[in-house]
Design a binder for this molecule. Sequence first.
Ligand SMILES: *Cc1c(COP(=O)(O)O)cnc(C)c1O
Length: 764
Amino acid sequence: MKFLSTRNKDLKISAREAIVKGISEDGGLFVPESFPRFDIFENIELKYTDLAHKILSLYLTDFDEGDLKELIEKSYATFPEFVANVEYNSNEYLELYHGKTSAFKDFALCLLPNLLAYAKKSLGIEDKTLILTATSGDTGKAALEGFYNKENIDILVVYPTDGVSAVQKLQMDTTDSLNSKVIAIEGNFDDAQSSVKEIFNNPEIKKSLSDKNVYLSSANSINIGRLLPQIVYYFYAYADLYKNNKIQKDEKISFCVPTGNFGDILAGFYAKEMGLPVDKLIIASNSNNVLTDFFSTGVYNANRELEKTMSPSMDILISSNLERLLFHKSSDEVVVEKMNDLKTKGEFNSDIKFDEFLCGFANEEETSKTILKVYEEDKYLIDPHTAVAKFVADKCGVSNTVILSTASPYKFSSSVLSSLGEKLSEDEFDNIELLNEKTGVEIPKEIAKLRNKKLIHDTKIDKKDISKEVLNFSDRGTRISVPATSANLGPGFDALGLAVNLYNICEYKKTDEVEEYNKNIKENLIYKSYDYTFNYYGEKSVPIKIESKTDIPMSRGLGSSSTCVVMGILAAFHEIHKEIDRREILKIATEIEGHPDNVSPAIFGGFTSTVFEDNKIYLEEFKASDKIKFLALIPDSPLLTESARKVLPENYSRKDAVFNISRTSILPLALISGNYENLKIAFQDKIHESYRFKLIPEMDKIQAAIKESDAISHYLSGAGSTIMLVLKSDDFKTKEFLGEKLSKLDGDYKLIDLEIDYKGALII
Ligand SMILES: *Cc1c(COP(=O)(O)O)cnc(C)c1O
């Protein structure tokens, strides 16, 4: 299968090339040269990923079949549920928002980055790709997740300060991948979009980027690799209806699609062209109803003010993917003419017939009323985008219509809540909770988690400064992130450890300031470990300058020094061009640190148990049940490892040894099963804790408070002074309860919610 440019049908390239290029040099978009037939009834029982594999391999013919299967499985591994076809009051809704960022865009944006990385690699392209994307909310976060720490691909997302919802903004600003940058631009979506377009069209910026082997690309839906994955759920939805006896064989159904950039509905058109029994495709718009006008009058007129609505992902005046439909319905010459008109006059006319399409729009009041009506009549909660589609579907009155539900209502909690006639709070998290209390609809996990997430991005600029930011970001140094660790876990003295989500993060570049570098080697553990690693391999170290930032408190038993050691070694591996071999890194780190119990989870992430003997390391990794979480209780006074070692006795009784053996053997198994009863005793220890607890002021009172709380268990983290509490994952009270108790003591104590980190050390 070849792909053609909509503005030049003689320009034919392969799928991999089309995905890497994104957009054709003539300004056109890539489209398949033909539509392969696909019989859904022959594939009716396939699970989602297998169906995706079958359909996509018809287009991505230059991908290895096995590789493509792997890419698809990997991409969709995080989807708890694909689509839910739900029926309310004889309306069928296709819920497409159960992916990671709670918008349908996850379907395409979790796959596109893997397709792109594969295409680049297999075509031997080593340049760095910089994804530059303007977003009205959903694309930004879905793209940030899709490109999360992808090798050799950086992503910069620009969103407008006006026009994204509070949840969308938080979702983006808390993204912690090392290859990302998020920028808020003063103004509305048009301002964000135009400033990004200017960068794409600025030859000077492109030149200075290409001098550094950096090439711009976009995550917007102009990339064919974003369009194709969306075809799959149209087939899947049909199969689901058929299997549930809601339709007969070959019976036609219609789809009503909330539409902005015309990508989603175009995928429906592709499905129809491939043979899916589709009657009508209904284009639903909000008050920015350029498409409604075009499909009913033949005049596309973008000369109007962009209105800010409660369905921001559809606040668009130029629907890029319409160009593809024009091409399929006419010719490249017609497209060139129309797009030229659009560019020069802001409008174009056409007399092309679009028989399979219907259209309509809902204004703000109609959208709001639809949310209320559907909730009151059907007890079904829909987001504003879906409400637009529902309103338009009702107006069109076509039987057998499936409404595409494109976002979770919780992404737009305040709009939805006020549509239901409820009073709003200033705080969006209160609104989320109010909506949950009123409706009982479950809050998506990732949205619930936002409350405790750290704000990472806070760049807010005027749009004239965007090019500076892009160039700065493209100049970034190498970044490393290493998680904090909690060792011993009670009885697993010097053997067990786990990684938690506090991080030591750095960015470094090569430097000419040799003197300063030599000084750093002597004084700073990161530099020391970096230099040590070069020496280990008999090489002379290359001077670098490191800027690091850490959340991990020092000398509190959370492995802060181990993170420095691991960081230095990783930087050295990178500079020596050695492949990142985690076991090798562990060996060097253990040499520097003396024992592996903190460094191994910092390198591998998750839980590790390690034995270090005769210069050889024996390691096992495991994952704990998600029925537990952790809470760190951090005293204001440090505990030095040295003094914590000194208080330990030389010898232990057989009774104590047996006590620890029994606890240590049940602990990993109980962590894996999440058995609360066993976890209660599994953290008990006779080797170090009782001696070390004496070194922590007020420990008796702290322990009394913990005993009164709902905590399952607790242990001394590393050599202290942090005390780690093990909580049930749905325990939201203990933190507050302990906070109250601790406030009455003399010392200052911090309580930090912690999750297990499974990523380990990363370098990007
Ligand atoms: C992006 C988006 C749309 C519009 O989809 P297009 O493919 O751009 O037409 C509709 N609803 C939601 C929630 C979206 O995020």
